[in-house]
Design a protein around this ligand. Sequence first.
Ligand SMILES: Nc1ncnc2c1ncn2[C@@H]1O[C@H](COP(=O)(O)OP(=O)(O)O)[C@@H](O)[C@H]1O
Ligand SMILES: [Mg+2]
Length: 273
Amino acid sequence: MTSEAAITFNQVHMAFSGHTILRELQFNIDKGAFVGVIGPNGAGKTTLIRLILGLIRPSSGTVHVFGSPVRRGKRQIGYVPQSFVADPDMPLRARDLVGLGLDGERWGFAFPNHARQQRIQDMLDRVGATRYADEPVGTLSGGERQRLLIAQALLTHPKILLLDEPLSNLDIHSGHEIIQLVAEIAHDSHVTVMFVAHDMNPLLGVMDQVLYLAQGRAVVGSVDEVILPEVLTELYGQPVEVLRINGRILVFASGEMVPLTHSESIAHGHALA
Ligand SMILES: Nc1ncnc2c1ncn2[C@@H]1O[C@H](COP(=O)(O)OP(=O)(O)O)[C@@H](O)[C@H]1O
Ligand SMILES: [Mg+2]
């Protein structure tokens, strides 16, 4: 383990009821890296995130964060879930949703109220949510709500930010804005990011590394090192083809035109536009 590692997986094995989900995961995530976590549905992406958060423990092997074994609830990790659908009548304002990021913290309620409100306001500004800070969350768009969840996760100034499919309920334009926002914050504040997505294409311009999960195993490296037919064929255990077209990358099982990880745009036939 080097001192540069933000996250280290050492021979991590994860099984549920005897069924193996992740096997022999062995990798380092460098401090400050923006890592895209890519893989088909059910590959174990959320399980990987839960291991880093300390919500579950590996069946064997170890997960270290900044050189120490993970401990549940440590402030140094921020977590952003999928955007959610909210009832328009839900009586929760945008700034209250962000403020939940301080609750449950040891010092959350002890924090003086004005300092607490200032910190929330600073974070609303940081994610570009000031305009709708006092609106009920149920009246906001998916992209607006996602900005609030990012602000909430960043409220305690974590050095690691984990995002689990934050684009899944967003249109392509909002998704692009969210990626740019996260990349900018990560760069400015030296935050290490693990960004889970089922399509790597929107992340190509910002990610330093890709962590590709399939068949319970992972390969980590630059896109040019990992997204190769020989590497992915080995990972999937079946022949895989990689097609690069118009700056997009499509990964196919040989002979099939269904991408192994795919986006809505491809599913709807816009991939060649
Ligand atoms: N707590 C659990 N108990 C049993 N099986 C689980 C549990 N969590 C995840 N799984 C299984 O592990 C596999 C990977 O799930 P998940 O990590 O959610 O994949 P992904 O996020 O890549 O879609 C799935 O087959 C899922 O059913
Ligand atoms: Mg998942």
